[in-house]
Design a protein around this ligand. Structure first.
Ligand code: GDP
Length: 370
């Protein structure tokens, strides 16, 4: 049995964590009370902790127990300012680390955050650094990139935060991109919920597979090896067949753009991979699976394959891919650099005070007349 810690930082991290808890406690089907009586579906011991400076974001959570929601008092959040966020983390570091310490020891930890807000993006690199100094288990970050039209502050936060997380000692960064996934449709809130559910479903599938006692499965050691390949960046693909479907097609779908959390051509940019195939024995043709895996390993290098037999289930496939290069990320950094210059120029204009001060100067030496 694996001991797994999942931490959600900031609003986005909290919401994804809540979605994980929703799915772990029966998909929310039994309503709000589920968390009080139902047993979680994990085979592993999974501890979840939501951390936020904004108490309202924590209150919004519906499936995460109150004891797992940690409010770090600082007014009403840090207002997308990473410098304030870092300062708050430093001031409250021992309080935060005590929460982790109290949960015991783990085999693996995941930290969920957006790259672009204030709290999660500034807490995550500092938290990971602390965890890596104190514990010897691997820590993986799942980082959500912003919609590109969300504004200059979010873009520059994303650029700096991702760089900080990579330098923090994290054992790998799994990217999910709101911009790429936004076609999920509906309102922003619906898109968020859809994206969060996608991420949650993939993480739960992965945890389940890593702790499986079936034959031909991948384990934590394989996952660590995959994640240590490439440039420290990774993404996850997934496909669940809704009807009878050849396993070949299911594998191809889990590697195709529509199955991935981040835009990449896996045959071009991936460095190592893990492919986990689950379903009824009758769908799991070993020859077909081998052909597809060989196709991928021919392009990528090493591919770990896991097979989990599940009676009566249509094929489902999860892929974990570490990336050697990430063209889409380069594009994001280009836009972020423009955003930083834009903010800088604006600040300079304000500091020079030209326009507004000129307006004020017009009443210098005058008094109101009544
Ligand atoms: P923080 O609370 O200060 O850490 O800030 P947020 O986590 O709200 O960060 C803002 C960024 O996260 C923006 O790019 C949002 O698009 C994104 N975001 C906020 N909530 C969600 C969510 O529930 N799901 C997803 N996928 N993205 C979110």
């Amino acid at each position: 049995m694996l001991n797994i810690l999942v931490i959600g930082n900031g609003q986005c991290g909290n919401r994804i964590l809540d979605s994980i808890n929703k799915h772990a406690f029966g998909g929310g089907k039994s309503g709000k009370l589920a968390k009080f009586y139902s047993k979680q579906k994990y085979k592993s011991r999974v501890e979840t902790i939501a951390i936020n400076t904004a108490v309202n974001d924590l209150k919004e959570m519906r499936f995460t127990k109150a004891k797992d929601r940690i409010h770090i008092p600082h007014l009403h959040g840090v207002g997308a300012n990473r410098n304030i966020g870092k300062q708050v983390f430093d001031e409250k570091k021992e309080m935060i680390m005590r929460q982790i310490e109290e949960r015991g020891s783990f085999d693996i930890a995941f930290v969920l955050t957006s790259a672009s807000g204030g709290t999660g993006s500034s807490f995550t690199p500092l938290l990971v650094k602390e965890m890596k100094e104190r514990y010897d288990y691997p820590v993986y970050c799942i980082v959500v990139l912003p919609f590109r039209e969300e504004g200059t502050l979010y873009l520059q936060n994303a650029a700096f935060s991702l760089k900080d997380i990579r330098a923090s000692g994290a054992d790998g960064i799994i990217l999910a991109d709101n911009q790429y996934l936004k076609n999920i449709g509906g309102s922003i809130q619906e898109a968020y919920n859809g994206i969060n559910d996608m991420i949650a479903e993939r993480i739960l599938f992965l945890l389940d597979a890593l702790d499986s006692e079936m034959m031909m499965v991948t384990d934590l050691g394989d996952f660590k090896t995959v994640m240590s390949g490439g440039a420290g960046l990774a993404t996850i693909g997934f496909f669940r067949a809704e009807k009878e479907l050849p396993v070949k097609t299911a594998i191809q779908n889990a590697l195709s753009p529509s199955g991935l959390l981040f835009s990449t051509d896996v045959y071009d940019e991936a460095s190592r991979a893990m492919v986990i195939i689950k379903g009824d024995r009758k769908y799991l043709s070993i020859d077909d699976i081998s052909t597809e895996i060989e196709k991928l390993s021919g392009a990528v290098g090493h591919v770990f394959k896991g097979i989990v037999v599940c009676n009566g289930e249509y094929p489902q496939v999860l892929s974990v891919l570490t990336l050697e290069s990430a063209h889409e990320l380069e594009k994001l950094y280009n836009v972020a650099v423009q955003a930083i210059h834009h903010e800088k120029a604006k600040k300079q204009r304000v500091e020079e005070g030209a326009e507004v001060d000129k307006a004020f100067a017009q009443i210098d030496g005058l008094e109101p007349e009544y």
